[in-house]
Design a binder for this molecule. Structure first.
Ligand SMILES: Nc1ncnc2c1ncn2[C@@H]1O[C@H](COP(=O)(O)OP(=O)(O)OP(=O)(O)O)[C@@H](O)[C@H]1O
Ligand SMILES: [Mg+2]
Ligand SMILES: [Zn+2]
Length: 334
């Protein structure tokens, strides 16, 4: 995981990159505009000259300084208006020579009145989220790769339909959740035995939600408790970066393999603090588990589990371990 210093270093680098790009755009656009209309080049050179004259007169301290500054300013506005007129006449946008910054509040410097600008805070969050994803082997799958033919079409009395039909409707629910995000339900508990596609479908959702520009944090229950206890007990170098807050506030949180983490009072409270804090914020959570609702209750207590099941929709996966299909696909053909 990145240290706080590295995270800010990356954020400042990105801001610098934005400023540099703007500068380059400005120079390139001036070249383009000058080749279309040479007069623009002459006028913009005279603008730079007035800027030099202005700084000289400020330094000179002469008696009629304010008069000179006023005149230079008026001259400047006049030239600027002439340039704007020429730009429009030549079919170019009015701000062609002064492309806007990504953030108009801080002009991409990251600070306003010595305070961090919201764009810098957003950038830091983005880098943190990416870093959390990287440290948890986050790989993305897609709905397209999800094969419904893996599920039997034979009637199963438990579901009153075939596994194929049952999984088709789960697939549809997940797809709709991703399509409607962020106006989706509060999330899901995906229950079922190993290899039935729970992680696959939750990461297919993540992939679509990320491509819409939302922040997603994926973590297994073991990773989350390990991370939280490292931070809590060892007071790591990052202790002024609030990871818990970051996870609580992320647009979508996927908690995989609930029930496989090291069982402790700390891990239980860390996990349920996160889930409980997200519910009133209406930030969706997806929880995957091999445990049945009854086993979950035994492990985590009735109160917590009933809160989860009353908020999140339960999706009970069915079928037989699909890993055999993906293994067959990966075997070399002779
Ligand atoms: N319907 C499916 N179509 C295509 N691939 C699938 C399907 N279901 C599962 N797979 C693949 O099989 C493997 C196991 O699936 P996945 O990891 O999603 O299972 P799981 O339900 O999360 O199991 P576990 O409970 O052990 O975590 C993955 O490589 C996954 O991509
Ligand atoms: Mg899984
Ligand atoms: Zn800003």
């Amino acid at each position: 995981m990145l240290s706080k210093k590295e995270i800010y270093k990356q954020a400042y680098k990105e801001l610098e990159h934005r400023r540099l790009k703007r500068q380059l755009d400005r120079t390139n656009n001036l070249k383009i505009a000058s080749s279309i209309c040479p007069e623009i080049k002459i006028l913009s050179t005279s603008l730079s000259k007035t800027a030099i004259a202005l700084s000289k007169s400020i330094l000179s301290n002469s008696s009629n300084q304010s008069e000179i500054i006023k005149r230079i300013h008026e001259e400047n506005v006049k030239v600027q208006n002439q340039i704007n007129k020429l730009l429009i006449e030549n079919g170019l946008p009015q701000n062609f020579l002064s492309p806007p910054p990504v953030c108009s509040r801080c002009e991409d410097f990251g600070f306003v009145d010595n305070k961090k600008c919201s764009c810098l805070i957003k950038l830091v969050k983005k880098i943190l989220t990416k870093d959390l994803q990287k440290s948890s082997n986050f790989y993305l799958t897609s709905f397209k790769d999800f094969n419904l033919d893996y599920y039997s079409k034979e009637y199963d009395a438990k579901y009153g339909t075939s596994p194929y039909e049952h999984m088709s409707s789960i697939f549809k629910i997940c797809k709709e959740f991703a399509d409607n995000f962020p106006n989706s339900s509060e999330g899901f508990v995906m229950c079922g035995l190993t290899g039935l596609g729970k992680t696959h479908l939750s990461l297919a959702i993540a992939s679509e939600v990320i491509s819409k520009g939302f922040a997603v944090i994926y973590s297994t229950a073991s990773e989350i408790t390990r991370n939280m206890s490292d931070r809590y007990f060892h007071r790591e170098q990052n202790n002024d970066i609030d990871y818990l807050k970051l996870i609580v506030e992320t647009d979508l949180f996927i908690l995989d393999d609930l029930g496989t983490e090291f069982d402790s009072a700390f891990s239980k409270s860390a996990i349920f603090d996160i889930i409980n804090s997200r519910i009133p914020l209406h930030r969706p959570t997806i929880i995957n588990t091999n445990l049945s609702p009854r086993d979950l209750e035994k492990k985590y207590g009735e109160r917590i589990v009933s809160r989860i099941f009353s908020t999140l929709n339960t999706l009970s996966f069915t079928g037989t371990d699909n890993r055999k299909h993906s293994l067959i696909k990966k075997l070399p053909r002779h």
